[in-house]
Design a protein around this ligand. Structure first.
Ligand SMILES: Cc1cc2nc3c(=O)[nH]c(=O)nc-3n(C[C@H](O)[C@H](O)[C@H](O)COP(=O)(O)OP(=O)(O)OC[C@H]3O[C@@H](n4cnc5c(N)ncnc54)[C@H](O)[C@@H]3O)c2cc1C
Length: 383
């Protein structure tokens, strides 16, 4: 039984069959869609250059062909880990031998005045991306609240649609919390060069409007007149089902390196899982595509009793305008940043070092095929 029809859940179902499991496989997804990948929702699909079907994890026929019972548009509402029972919103009660929670994450909605006005969006699902595409096509002014990865990608997409874009972030630069001031400043300049107004160190006080949004109000008094607001201030792991079932929850559902939760026969993978990582010797929760892609299969093998451990280094990618980047590893804010190449170009590499000089993370901009090499440096703890 797999709860959560996203990337982690769908890859787990695929792997169960690949490994020769011949029993019943049920994949339960609250969304009405076939399982899909989310990166295109802020990139190609939002830009209008990729079709809906391209985001699918598998073609529609895949599930029947592999005897995977796919239940879409129905949420699991209660989990009984003692009786091995799962209740669904449509009244069905199912029993399981092994269960995987791959419930992902939900966008944070800050309790701002005006957050429920028409024209205020978050971005997590295909319908969210459809709604944004329509709003951007009307052009006007788009204010993006939150200058993390989603905020930056959405700002780039809105700009490409011809909208006036204002990117408002709390940090000293966009992406400040994840990349630090130097690289965050570099990304800020990329947006400014494209004509996006970037406001840093800002606190949003509220969203004004009468029925629909008309302005975003900042502390200090400025009101930015706008037609559309996108709130991209991060996500929270969707632990509701696991938490209500009494599973250990600590910034996500706590699992060991075999992705086992605190309850027998219950596993977790993807954005929702805070998994013990052998390389770091502590739990790490990763909200990125590659983690869902690879943890789903490891969870499936673990469910089948395999001797597996998830030890991939955190990895992610982003595309904004003609800037493509990849990052691997995990650096701390106190690590030293070393840029190889020049920040004057849209083509360079970066390494982070800890206090002992060990490489902890690396990234590149538009220098493809370098990520394996950086991974090697991190794994070998090269100084
Ligand atoms: C717009 C966008 C762009 C992104 N771009 C990138 C990128 O460029 N690079 C990158 O590395 N990562 C990116 N990500 C992150 C990446 O998409 C996620 O890490 C990935 O989707 C996690 O997959 P998952 O299967 O764990 O969870 P999800 O994709 O969130 O899927 C979980 C599913 O479970 C369902 N569910 C939840 N609770 C229940 C329940 N009780 N019953 C039934 N179903 C339930 C949810 O409805 C959802 O469909 C992006 C994310 C978004 C939103």
């Amino acid at each position: 039984m797999i709860v959560g029809g996203g990337l982690a859940g769908a890859k787990a179902a695929e792997t169960l069959r690949e490994e020769g499991f011949a029993g019943r496989v049920v994949l339960i997804g609250a969304e009405p869609e076939l399982p899909y990948e989310r990166p295109p929702l802020s990139k190609g699909y939002l830009l209008g250059s990729a079709e809906r079907e391209e985001a699918r994890v598998h073609p529609g026929a895949f599930y029947a062909e592999h005897e995977i019972e796919l239940l879409t548009g129905v949420a699991a509402t209660a989990l009984d880990t003692v009786e091995h029972r799962l209740a669904l919103a449509d009244g069905q009660e199912l029993t399981y031998d092994r269960l995987l929670l791959a419930t992902g994450a939900v966008p944070r909605r800050p309790p701002l005045p005006g957050i429920d006005l028409d024209g205020v969006h978050t971005l997590r699902t295909l319908p969210d991306s459809d709604a944004l595409r329509q709003a951007f096509a009307r052009r006007g002014t788009v204010v993006v609240i939150g200058a993390g990865w989603i905020g930056c990608e959405v700002a780039a997409a809105a700009h490409s649609h011809g909208a006036e874009v204002v990117l408002v972030g709390r940090g000293d630069t966009p992406l400040h919390a994840v990349l630090g001031p130097e690289l965050g400043g570099w990304f800020g300049d990329v947006h400014r060069r494209h004509g996006v107004r970037v406001i840093t160190g800002a606190a949003v006080e509220g969203i004004d409007g009468d029925g629909s949004v008309s302005a975003v109000r900042l502390a200090g008094g400025e009101a930015i007149a706008c037609d559309t607001v996108v709130v991209g201030v991060g996500v929270a792991p969707d632990t509701r089902l696991g938490e209500a079932a009494g599973l250990a929850v600590d910034n996500g559902i706590a699992v060991d390196e075999q992705l086992r939760t605190s309850a027998p026969d219950v596993f977790a993978a993807g954005d929702v899982a805070n998994a013990f990582h052998p390389h770091y010797g502590r739990r790490v929760r990763v909200e990125h595509w590659a983690n869902a892609l690879h943890q789903g299969p490891v969870a499936a093998r673990s469910m089948l009793g395999g001797d597996v451990a998830y030890d991939r280094l955190p990895y992610f990618f982003s595309d904004q305008y003609d800037v493509g980047m990849e990052y691997i590893g995990l650096h701390s804010p106190t690590d030293t940043v070393e840029v190889r190449g020049s920040l004057d170009d849209e083509d360079f590499r970066v390494l982070w070092h800890d206090g002992d000089g060990r490489v902890t993370a690396g990234m590149h901009v538009n220098q493809w095929d370098t990520i394996e090499e950086i991974e090697g440096l991190i794994r070998a703890e090269v100084r």
